[in-house]
Design a binder for this molecule. Sequence first.
Ligand code: KIV
Ligand code: ZN
Length: 505
Amino acid sequence: MKNQIIKIFDTTLRDGEQSPGASMNTEEKIQIALQLQKLGVDVIEAGFAAASEGDFNAIEKISAVIEKSTICSLARALENDIKKAGNAISKANHRRIHTFIATSPIHMKYKLKMTPDAVLKKAVEAVEYAKTFTDDVEFSLEDACRSEMSFMKEITEAVIKAGATTINFPDTVGYMLPNEMFKIIKELSDFISNRAIISLHNHNDLGLAVANTLAGIGAGARQVECTVNGLGERAGNAALEEIVMVLKTRNDAYAQYKTNINTKEIYPTSKLVANITGITPQPNKAIVGKNAFAHESGIHQDGVLKNKSTYEIMRAEDIGLNKNSLVLGKHSGRHAFKNRVFELGYSLNDSELEEAFIKFKDLADKKKEIFDDDIRALVTSEITKIEKIYKLESMQLSDCDNGLPMAAVTIKYKNKIIQDAAIGDGTIDALFKTVDRISGIKGELIDYKVDAVTKGKDALAKVLVKVKFDDCSTPIMGHGLNIDTMKASTKAYIGALNSYLSMKK
Ligand code: KIV
Ligand code: ZN
């Protein structure tokens, strides 16, 4: 049968957020959800409503702004979880509850301490209750791939009768081999027939998540769960961009399948997620890595110059990577800047545009050429900004007589200018200690990462910090962008402080 749609269920905002260090604030999640809609994903798993108030609010807000994609919340097979999920998605145009319980002997015995009969009963109750909020209910058999086939069939039969419309068989621990995945899904697909959509959710512990997903599609799955850049718990989930580009590039082998993805939005989506989470795909990552379309060896370069198809199996343009993009510089005006921002797919309001333009001009004074990735980084920091309770005005660094670095920082707070200075074990330590003295809030630096946005000596520095403030046990993330790495670091630290204070409000 031709043109069978493979539904893309994106879980970047839920399983992806379970990547160590990938937590996002509500505004950032909304921006990612809007981009996922533009990318064309069918279902956005926006979070796990019962996990925290923050998750609930983010799902609720995403439900209110997304029109086309279905918005889904995860829920354990528990009444309270399902109620929270149902309430969080209530404003969505298309809404789904995704409820789950583990079905493998290992999970049932050691984690749930429940008998298979009790698990089956809970699963049915969960689906029946979820149906009171929406018709679109997905049921997952957690750790399905290590579950017994007879039990999987029994529970699948029961939840379909209870009203589940999609049944998900996750390889929760990333243990399967593609031939095994094919066999399991084929048997389940024959059993389910067309009574529900079969979904896959593969983890990448052995690097086989995408291969297993493709094997499952061949066996009858019609929904695949995946994440942008392959983010996710432990080694991550199957990468959305890889699945989609395999189906497109190897259309000869997958001629009967189609996705609703606009592949030209793949690169912008990957960049947005990387800029927000601070997790940049490895350079050699398939499809979206920095080197995925670069040719290093002379022989390869020569071949590509003669004919791209000698060494390229995909076109960079097809994933939205425009290598010959217009480069802006200090003489570019408001109009050219606006156009470029618009062409890159951002929709900013007038005041956001103006602020971004001021930042652009400031940057253009210091940097000869401004690339698309610079603009993406600038605009992302603009659209996901949190209230600037503290704002960096200026900073100086010097050495004390004893050789230790000293920082002097000037910060604006509630229209007041506050200055202070501190000595630190290193420059960053001195800067951050000074900010602590000014705010009166002590921060403990948990993680610090610096990246160059583009190449060249004058590249923008993108700094990510994770800081634990005072009594709060959760590290808060902050981003800073500047041509000067120390300034970017201070901005990142102050950004984390502002996030912390906004959360406390
Ligand atoms: O990996 C997993 O099993 C999950 C389920 C909750 C779908 O993330
Ligand atoms: Zn998972």
